[in-house]
Design a protein around this ligand. Sequence first.
Ligand code: GLA
Length: 393
Amino acid sequence: MSTPSSDLTSAAAASFTATYGVAPDGVWSAPGRVNLIGEHVDYNGGLCLPMAIPQRTHAAMRQRDDRMLRVISGDSGVEQVALDDIAPGNPKNWVAYVAGVFWALEQAGHAVAGADIALTSDVPSGAGLSSSAALEASVALAIDDLCGLGLGHDDAGRRALATACQRAENEVVGAPTGGMDQAASLRGRAGHALELDCRTMDVSHVPFEQELLIIDTRAHHALVDGQYAARREQCEAAARDLGVALLADVSPDGLDETLEAVTDPVARRRAHHVVTEIERVKESAQLLRDGDPIDLDALGALFTASHVSLRDDFEVSCAELDVAVDAAVAAGAHGARMTGGGFGGSAIALVGRGGSGAVVSAVRRAYQQQGWKRPRTFRVTAGAGAGRDKTTL
Ligand code: GLA
């Protein structure tokens, strides 16, 4: 279902010219992501294993010589905000994801100018595939290039851009997310998953050519609605009881006994998920490294165990995700799990060669039986991280 990238590049440039009456300086784009495994561990300092997907957000941009920011996306109409008016909580709509990046880069001491921007995207929004990180990262890279910040050329610079994008989302948008999504979008590499240590934000690129099936449940997904923040607080409460700074500091050995120190049984279950999930990430990354071919049964079993833990211990799944995962596994997937923040959004299924047809039919049938709208399904392999699009401008 990804639109050929060059079409969306041209569409962004055309929208820019039609809106602002001049050609943009260039077009930059950044991908959404799926997380193979390691969910709700980033803000606990753990390990996760996301990959960029082929679906991307494209930002056509032209630098201005004042401090005004104007943005258009699809038929949104032109939105505008002065750079000096951007602050935590302002603007209040989707433009905050764009404006927040300008704000965060300025806060980090970079000189940025105003800009006009036109956006196109085939990253579905609300699907748990990080459309917000794709938007932030495409804009960050455009600013980097046009304002000559020099950060986009190497991984160290991209780490700084990812930090700015996360800050935009945390402080200007007000969503207390981890940092996994921005890292995947800016630091991802085609044909590779990104093993990300969220304590240090160090990455290692692990080859992963395997195709994945994404099942977008089309059930509501929103990170700003309190549940995500509540999970974070429960993890922090558990860490306090355990006397550690981060749950990633807890050893998996003798875990049940260790967790007796956590007084609230809900926080205890949250911590159980985080500590066991980090172990599953380690095992998964090892399976990818051992590869050639990857032991898909073993990897799939880790995916499904992760889902069960997110469903039962972390309680961020929902009926639509559970039905998708169960139907996929029953129809022969090696394993399946929800991906991203949860409460709706997408599941991924690890399907062997030629096996996706049966899995898609089974999931559709199960949804029909429940009387739910048909899920969207598409197959992906690991795509490239953010970059400047080739244009004939
Ligand atoms: C969302 C957040 C990430 C991460 C995941 C859960 O995608 O943006 O930072 O916490 O949820 O793993």
